[in-house]
Design a protein around this ligand. Structure first.
Ligand code: HEC
Ligand code: HEC
Ligand code: HEC
Ligand code: HEC
Ligand code: HEC
Length: 222
């Protein structure tokens, strides 16, 4: 039998449909792995168990209250906040470790974990922290612009479409701005993305609209 004249276009349609479905599946797979849905409550396993509670937690809760920007040095200056290199850790842990143990009967501290930090430094073996928040590569985000906006300008009260949704007074101290998007990191033993603060496109755009910031696609997409 001769091929039906209709079969050739059909075959082409079939190929096109397969290509489109394949493309969609790949895009979904890529966005799933590069940007897993938030709110699952699973923090990635870190190479060192670094507790924000001990370092950044409030002194009345047994923490040291170290300023976020002491470690995330770039957060008020540029796009990425940056995570500290092991050199910053040994700034303190060169002294605060098992060898120089003072009476630690009052506190339970994992000295082995601290020793692993010091060993990393001596072995010249950087700590490759797992990223907790990561936007897909086609999205642009700048910490500096957000911190500047939240910490400056006239006194005003705004409603942010995230977290509790309660009105927030601006300007706020720099150290409080982080919780707008990341939740109470100082109270976390493991940093976890917060369900109410999922940094999905909808959240970004809602906040931009609320605060009269630009919402053109090209602001956020390169
Ligand atoms: C400003 C000083 C300072 C800096 C900087 C610092 N730490 Fe600490 N860290 C401490 C102190 C103080 C303790 C509590 C030790 C104690 O009470 O004996 C501690 C405790 C720890 C513990 C044990 C926690 C526990 O509860 O068992 C780990 C792990 C640790 N630090 C890792 C790090 C890492 C990794 C860095 C770098 C990213 C770092 N620290 C930077 C001062 C610091
Ligand atoms: C002593 C240093 C230190 C201080 C102080 C500190 N951090 Fe961190 N932070 C780290 C390290 C190390 C990591 C990477 C390991 C992890 O994710 O727990 C990190 C990770 C994070 C992350 C997740 C980054 C990602 O991969 O998405 C956020 C958000 C964060 N910190 C916010 C804060 C905030 C907010 C404060 C202040 C309340 C703060 N940090 C204070 C050292 C510090
Ligand atoms: C307007 C929302 C927002 C605010 C406010 C904010 N962050 Fe972030 N943060 C993000 C987003 C979105 C990412 C993921 C960026 C990416 O993947 O490019 C991120 C990533 C990070 C990271 C990991 C990657 C990096 O940038 O190096 C750290 C650490 C961090 N933030 C710390 C902080 C600290 C500390 C503050 C407060 C001084 C803060 N953030 C305030 C939204 C925010
Ligand atoms: C808390 C509210 C809020 C959230 C949440 C927020 N933004 Fe913004 N963003 C702003 C405001 C306000 C400005 C304008 C700042 C200014 O005018 O200086 C801005 C500015 C920007 C800019 C322009 C920065 C520059 O170069 O001047 C980019 C890009 C951006 N936001 C991306 C994002 C992305 C991506 C997200 C989500 C991951 C996000 N924003 C979430 C409030 C927010
Ligand atoms: C304020 C920042 C912001 C603006 C404005 C914005 N986007 Fe997005 N967009 C994001 C973020 C963040 C993501 C990644 C997180 C997500 O998938 O929700 C995203 C994801 C996407 C995706 C999905 C890609 C994927 O990885 O699955 C598409 C498509 C998209 N944006 C198109 C647009 C278009 C079209 C516009 C203009 C009408 C626009 N965006 C405006 C922040 C923004």
């Amino acid at each position: 039998m001769l091929p039906n004249a209709n079969m050739i276009p059909l075959a082409i349609v079939g190929l096109v449909v397969t290509a489109i479905v394949g493309f969609v599946v790949i895009v979904l797979a890529v966005s799933w792995f590069s940007n897993p849905p938030f709110g699952l409550g699973d923090a990635p396993a870190q190479p060192i168990a670094f507790p924000h509670t001990v370092h950044a937690g409030a002194p009345e809760e047994g923490g040291m209250g170290i300023d976020c920007a002491f470690c995330h040095r770039n957060v008020t200056k540029g796009a990425a906040a940056t995570v500290p290199a092991v050199e910053n850790c040994v700034f303190c842990h060169g002294q605060i470790n098992a060898e120089n143990a003072v009476d630690r009967t009052q506190v339970s501290v994992d000295l082995d974990e601290i020793q692993r930090v010091v060993d990393r430094f001596h072995d010249d073996n950087p700590i490759d922290w797992e990223r907790v928040h990561r936007l897909p590569d086609h999205v642009r985000f700048v910490h500096e612009a957000h911190i500047r906006f939240l910490t400056s300008g006239p006194e005003r009260t705004v409603s942010l479409p995230m977290g509790t949704g309660d009105p927030v007074d601006l300007p706020m101290p720099a150290g409080e701005t982080c919780s707008v998007c990341h939740g109470d990191v100082a109270g976390m033993t493991e940093v976890q993305p917060q369900a109410g603060q999922s940094l999905k496109m909808g959240t970004c755009v809602d906040c931009h609209r609320e605060l009269n910031a630009a919402t053109d696609c090209t602001i956020c997409h390169k």
